[in-house]
Design a protein around this ligand. Structure first.
Ligand code: ADP
Ligand code: MG
Length: 382
């Protein structure tokens, strides 16, 4: 173990570290029943392909509102062949106290896509309340193409982060996207009521500015967190580019709104040809650079891209834990295999500095050797 790892060792007794102390699964994916008792240090899950490592991360991901790490339908999750609904229960360490959360399929309406959620035994009306207790960021192998795919994926990645800070962001995006679809439809139909069109463009301008302001604020804060980190893991260089972003750099919000209103109206004829809206918050892009090489992320090697993604999700987790009172959790699925030894050591150092329950998976326990003594290891299928 290196000196630096010892130095940053965190113990539950002397730190605000909080996390999951017990996880119980029933009829969940490959597990009929399963239970893990944990302390609050990082968790390393190892074992061969298909043993159920990602399934456990997915189970943890249901501690926040939404469809979980795999964005699955509730019916897909139930253990094949089981007659019973699936369910998860968690005991969490929260401040000085304990919190018990249960979630799963509703036994009274087994085909419903709404999860039944209970906090300390009380059924909650809306699972969005979970976000008050737990905040979470994850990195999965499916996100490896983030820098290679189009800006849409990067926007969704950023927006998921913004949800953690701004409860109005998701409803704003919904209103924006609905108005965008309606505008595009009207343009394709070719004949429309001008007042109706103006109303839709007004939504695109007002919501678009608010969405951009929130995204810019979160990116700005991520940049400061990335700059202030004092470990040796590579740091991503971030910026946000787009139509509103460019305007907001040189104009006040009010002037930017006015300008956007004018441009959208001027572009109607041109947009009729393409059937698309050529300006707005739906075109923004999170631009990522590898500063050491001054290289665009898309041109970096697979391992370098993984390091950039890790640096962004770790900064996000740090920001969430500083900005919200919720228990911060970080799920890192199969991240170490791509990294060379130097980057792995730097990653473990950064993870321990985060001082939170970070969940890691991998097929080979030996790759996590430097975390021995500072993390809890579970070998699955042994
Ligand atoms: N609803 C389900 N019922 C039973 N098994 C499932 C279900 N969904 C997924 N599985 C199985 O779970 C196994 C483990 O998956 P996973 O956690 O992704 O493995 P890994 O350890 O490689 O991350 C797979 O073999 C898959 O077939
Ligand atoms: Mg897996």
């Amino acid at each position: 173990m290196t000196q630096s790892l010892d130095k940053v060792q965190a113990t539950p007794q002397n730190s605000p570290l909080r996390g999951v102390e017990k996880l119980n699964l029933a009829q969940f994916r490959s597990y009929e029943t399963f239970s893990l008792s944990l302390d609050l240090s990082p968790v390393v899950l190892t074992g061969p392909n298909g043993v159920g490592k990602t399934n456990l991360l997915e189970a943890i991901s249901f501690l926040i509102p939404g469809k979980g790490l795999r964005r699955a339908r509730l019916s897909e999750i139930k253990k094949q062949g089981s007659e019973e609904p699936w369910s998860l229960s968690y005991h969490l360490k929260e401040g000085g106290g304990e919190l018990q959360i249960g979630t799963g399929q509703d036994p009274d309406s087994p085909t419903s896509e709404r999860r039944l959620t209970k906090i300390n035994g009380e059924r909650v009306k809306n699972q969005s309340i979970l976000a008050e207790w737990v905040s979470m960021v994850w990195l999965t192998p499916q996100m490896d193409r983030l820098f290679l795919d189009g800006p849409g994926e990067r926007r969704r990645f950023l927006d998921r982060l913004v949800y953690g800070f701004d409860p109005t962001h998701a409803p704003r995006l919904n209103r924006y996207e609905k108005a965008l679809r309606e505008r595009n439809l009207l343009l394709r139909q070719g004949c429309y009521d001008h007042h109706w069109m103006q109303g839709l463009e007004e939504i695109l301008v007002n919501e678009g500015i608010a969405i951009t302001v929130s995204r810019r604020e979160v990116v700005g804060q991520l940049i400061s967190v990335l700059k202030s980190q004092d470990h040796t893991f590579p740091q991503a260089d971030l910026s946000l580019e787009g139509d509103f972003e460019t305007l907001l750099q040189i104009r006040s919000s009010l002037d930017a709104e006015e300008e956007m209103r004018r441009r959208l109206s001027d572009n109607r004829d041109q947009d009729r040809f393409t059937g698309r809206t050529s300006l707005g918050a739906h075109r923004s892009d999170l631009v990522v650079m590898y500063p050491e090489k001054n290289q665009a992320a898309a041109l970096c090697s697979t391992g370098e891209q993984k390091a950039l993604l890790l640096s962004i999700v770790m900064a996000s987790a740090r920001l969430l834990s500083a900005r919200t009172g919720a228990i911060p959790l970080l799920l890192l699925d199969e991240v170490v295999a791509h990294l060379d030894k130097g980057r792995r050591t730097a990653l473990f150092e950064a993870i321990l500095q985060l001082n939170m329950q970070v969940w890691l998976t991998g097929t080979d326990a030996a790759l996590f050797g430097e975390l021995q003594g500072n993390a809890q290891f579970f070998g699955l299928g042994e």
